[in-house]
Design a binder for this molecule. Structure first.
Ligand SMILES: *Cc1c(COP(=O)(O)O)cnc(C)c1O
Length: 396
């Protein structure tokens, strides 16, 4: 009895077995501080640099362009605040971003606005995509930074990153991308795609939580966020989290090795799930159906509260999310769904199902078996649904 299906992989992923095994010796045997000169310390130094090479290789970067961080939020803060402060010395105090970035980006931009920076928030339109021509039109003489996420964490849409990179290069503007949802899931090459700074986080690709990395193209000036010791070539202080760094590199290596096979398998599962759920009346998919992450399903069912759906699914052993994990708990509608033009009532009723390579076709069968009757039951109890079917209430 009772299947368990974890389908909230955009929130976080379980650590893989290989990752756990690779980490263990750094807690028990090679626990020395990599800056120490005795052998148990030195023993941790080499794996650290090997991990840096692996991360660099997966991104098409050079090892000396990779700095380890505590995760995606730190990388976003470092990139945005660092570049903005550096560029402001030249009088450049304008930043371009999009309306549906992760809060690590949006709140960093808001902090800079309070310091006197000006921020342009690009529209992402109904399909959840930035239009490169609108980005180009927004660039000014005093633009310090463009920061556009690679793939959205709620609706999974993948931005036209190579086009955006080319435009930024043409205008001599620094381009940062929050690639936390994309790394390990889609092909990234920072050089070919003209990305100057990229942030990533291990726990979104079966690595441990609380570890990440940032790529900063050599020559780009981005002052430190965290001052202190001389770790990370003086750019990011703090004793290195060797076990997690090694774990992250193993996870990323696995993900990059299997990227095509995983994408192919997952997008087939994703599409079967979407097609199955679209049979439910008055349902819709949020975001472009093609330009989206292989594992991302995001849908609205009219007359349904996302939260009540989530709780009913939890009782059946299915873990999904409504809106984004960082904001659920509050009953604010998702800023992402509002950005793609959904009215407040509908933006409350979204469901995000995110698959990883650990999910199976049987998981999809189970979701398709369990979810439609829950919606039917919730709707049968909903006065709102009654108004909708009687045509007294209109949704977009
Ligand atoms: C998860 C996530 C973050 C935050 O990463 P942490 O490592 O949890 O700090 C930032 N941006 C996006 C797009 C994310 O999905």
């Amino acid at each position: 009895m009772g299947r368990f299906v974890y389908a909230d992989n955009a929130a976080t992923t379980p650590v893989s077995k290989a990752v756990l095994e690779a980490m263990e010796p750094f807690y028990t045997q090679y626990y020395g501080n990599p800056s120490s000169l005795y052998s148990v310390g030195r023993a941790a130094k080499k794996p650290l640099e090997l991990a840096r090479e692996k991360v660099a290789q997966c991104l098409g970067a050079k090892p000396n362009e990779i700095y380890f961080t505590s995760g995606g939020s730190e990388g976003d803060n470092w990139a945005i605040k660092g570049v903005a402060h550096e560029q402001s010395k030249k009088g450049k105090k304008h930043i371009i971003t999009s309306k549906f970035e992760h809060h690590a980006v949006l709140h960093s931009c808001e902090a800079l606005e309070r310091e006197g920076f000006e921020v342009t928030y690009l529209d992402v339109h109904e399909n959840g995509l930035v239009r490169p021509e609108e980005l180009e039109a927004a660039i000014r003489e005093d633009t310090a930074l463009v920061t556009i996420m690679y793939a959205n964490n709620e609706i999974g849409t993948i931005q036209p990153i190579p086009e955006i990179g080319a435009i930024c290069k043409k205008h001599g503007v620094i381009f940062h991308t929050d690639a936390v949802q994309a790394v390990g899931h889609v092909h990234i090459n920072v050089k070919e795609q003209n990305i100057d700074i990229l942030s990533l986080s291990a726990h979104k690709f079966h690595g441990p939580k609380g570890i990440g990395a940032i790529y900063i193209r050599s020559g780009i000036r981005c002052p430190n966020l965290i001052d202190g010791g001389a770790q990370e070539r003086g750019r990011r202080a703090g004793t290195e989290n060797v076990a997690s760094i090694v774990g992250m590199s193993v996870a990323l290596e696995e993900a990059c090795k299997n990227i095509d096979a995983n994408a192919q398998r997952l997008s087939k599962m994703r599409d079967r799930l979407i097609d199955g759920l679209l049979k439910i009346e008055r349902s819709r998919v949020n975001g472009d159906r093609v330009k989206r992450l292989p594992g991302n399903v995001n849908m609205c069912f009219e007359g349904i509260e996302g939260e009540s759906l989530l709780l009913s699914l939890d009782l059946q052993g299915i873990c999904v999310s409504s809106g984004s994990a960082c904001t659920s708990g509050s009953l604010d509608p998702s800023h992402v769904l509002l950005a793609i033009g959904l009215p407040h009532e509908i933006a409350h009723g979204s469901l995000r199902i995110t698959l990883s390579d650990q999910n199976t076709e049987e998981d999809i069968d189970y979701i398709l078996e369990v979810l439609p009757p829950i919606i039917e039951r919730l709707r049968s109890m909903s006065p709102l649904w009654e108004e909708i079917v009687k045509g007294q209430k209109k949704f977009a």
